[in-house]
Write a protein of this length. Structure first.
Lengths: 327, 206
């Protein structure tokens, strides 16, 4: 496979880590000193939310990472604040700000990932084993939501292919399905939508094996905050965001296309492939342009790129396919 | 009502009507419109339009129920014009921030997307109402014709509510409140008219 050489980016264009960390520290210190001063008006629960907005004890933990040639360059990163407070994670509420408030309830340890279906032998991986399977890489990817907004996120993880090789799928495995954590007593917000839980996503085997497909454990060099799909998720940068399943508990190998949540919900609006494609509109809005999160209103709008700009690496996966039909 | 009270009330209504716009301007200047400012502007202007339109529709039924609040009529034009102001801001947000002033993108949106079609229709319905809102226009048209023309506001409000429903994701119920309120106000007119006719007839029978 041909992997395009990324254009050079001056490191000055990337927000330095200490800068955003300082900001968070400043906020936290400001709040704690305010608390010390006795801001009685704030309820205890609300105060706790301000200090640590739904980020579990494990988030904030630094991860050892190495550089990756697959990182996207030349883009200004979306702030840590926006990446972690503007989320679609319906198990924790349908509003974009809900997951940051509610996902603290997600128990990220102990955590295991069950591998079954068309494999040599079903296995269960502990999250700490997965974390050590391969060196963790810093990978900046564009993230394009089907709702026509986008971000640039520095993820941490390694290629899903490395994990799949450990799973020993059988030769007739053509698809891989990812099931997200589901427990209605923890995720009390699942009834806000009429989705059939657990959240299910899937990829064709060659898509899953593409080096860009990332088994993801962190962002901004730290363990994933719960609202971003802790402790382990998939990131498929050339597809709309909903294809990148969060908080994965089961990986299943199949010989047929698995049912996937949004496709089941409305197959007219959300295809199984859901590759980012400016030439196939969503029935309710154009996909030709997108709004970059965190910029002033006059600077948000930009053209959406075919395969979210990752065509050099992935276009060959879809040779001979009619992407208008298989959108 | 005393002149000074009226001036005070008008000032308050002006301030209340301007507050969403002021909040947006302040947010834009201080870069405080949330992670997706374009969406915030769209939502705020759209919701303000619907709310103001609904309040202006409520004035007649309220006056019929509570004749002592007759003076509310003095505020209806103001509310209606502010509804049109926010509808126009909402429209311009789409023109500038979503289509980038691209005529092809605009016409494609209007033809292909029914929520935009119906939203555009709502604005076009409000346009002649705003244009004929002056006392001069009322005199020129004559009260009866003017009244008939301004019945279009009901159609515009329904278009606005439909626009809201068609825009949200399936299963999202946020437009419910405004829908119920508009529905009640639409029903209020014929119900109140009927009740009034009956009240008039009763003494005649005695």
């Amino acid at each position: 496979m041909l992997i395009g050489k990324p254009p050079d980016v001056p490191s000055s264009a990337i927000t330095p880590r200490d800068k955003y960390l300082n900001r968070r520290r400043f906020l936290r210190n400001a709040v704690s000193s305010a608390a010390a001063a006795g801001v009685a008006a704030l309820g205890a629960e609300r105060l706790a939310q301000v200090i640590s907005p739904g980020i579990s004890a494990f988030a904030d933990t630094r991860l050892q990472t190495v550089k990756s040639p697959l990182t996207t360059t030349g883009e200004q990163l979306t702030s840590f604040e926006d990446v972690t407070h503007y989320n679609n994670y319906y198990e924790f509420g349908v509003d974009k700000s809900d997951p940051a408030k509610n996902a603290g309830a997600l128990p990220t340890r102990p955590w295991t990932v069950r591998v079954d279906g068309l494999v040599n032998k079903p296995k269960t991986f502990d999250i700490d084993t997965l974390l050590k399977l391969r060196p963790l890489e810093d990978r900046v990817y564009r993230h394009r939501c089907v709702e026509a907004w986008s971000m640039v996120i520095p993820w941490v993880g390694y290629s899903l292919s490395a994990f799949i090789n450990q799973c020993e799928p059988l030769s007739n495995a053509r698809y891989v399905q990812f099931l997200s954590y589901y427990n209605s007593s923890v995720e009390k917000w699942t009834s806000e939508s009429n989705i059939d839980w657990p959240y299910s996503e899937g990829l064709r085997m060659d898509e899953a094996m593409n080096p860009l497909t990332l088994l993801t454990f962190g962002l901004y060099g730290e363990v994933l905050p719960n609202q971003n799909g802790a402790p382990v998720r998939i990131v498929v940068p050339w597809k709309y965001g909903f294809k990148s399943a969060k908080s994965i508990v089961t990986v299943r190998f199949l010989d047929h296309q698995p049912p996937t949540t949004w496709n089941e919900q409305n197959s007219h609006e959300y295809g199984f492939y859901s590759n980012v494609n400016p030439y196939v509109d969503h029935p309710r809005w154009s996909q030709k342009v997108e709004r970059r999160i965190g910029l002033p209103f006059y600077a948000q709008r930009r053209a959406t790129l075919m395969y979210n700009g990752y065509g050099d690496q992935v276009a060959s996966l879809y040779n001979g396919m009619d992407l208008r039909k298989d959108f | 009502m005393k002149r000074s009270t009226l001036i005070l009330l008008k000032t308050l209504v002006w301030l209340a009507c301007l507050s969403p716009a002021a909040w947006l301007v302040w947010g834009a200047v201080t870069n405080n419109l949330g992670p997706d400012p374009t969406a915030t502007i769209t939502f705020t202007t759209g919701l303000s339009t619907l709310r103001l339109l609904t309040i202006s529709l409520a004035i007649t039924p309220v006056r019929l129920l509570l004749p002592q609040l007759n003076w509310l009529i003095k505020f209806r034009r103001l509310l209606g014009l502010f509804a049109f102001f926010y509808a126009s801001m909402h429209l311009m947000t789409w023109v500038a921030l979503y289509t980038g002033f691209d005529l092809n993108a605009m016409s494609a949106d209007i033809v292909k997307r029914r929520y935009i079609t119906v939203g555009m229709a709502a604005w076009l319905l409000l346009l002649p109402l705003a244009a004929t809102s002056t006392s001069w226009a009322i005199r020129k048209l004559g009260g009866k014709r003017w009244n008939r023309l301004h019945k279009l506001v009901y159609v515009a409000a329904v278009c606005g509510v439909v626009h809201y429903w068609w825009q949200v994701k399936t299963g999202v119920l946020t437009p419910m409140t405004i829908t119920i309120v508009v529905g009640v106000l639409l029903l209020a007119r014929p119900v109140l008219a009927l009740a009034q006719r009956r009240r008039k007839r009763v003494p005649a029978a005695v």
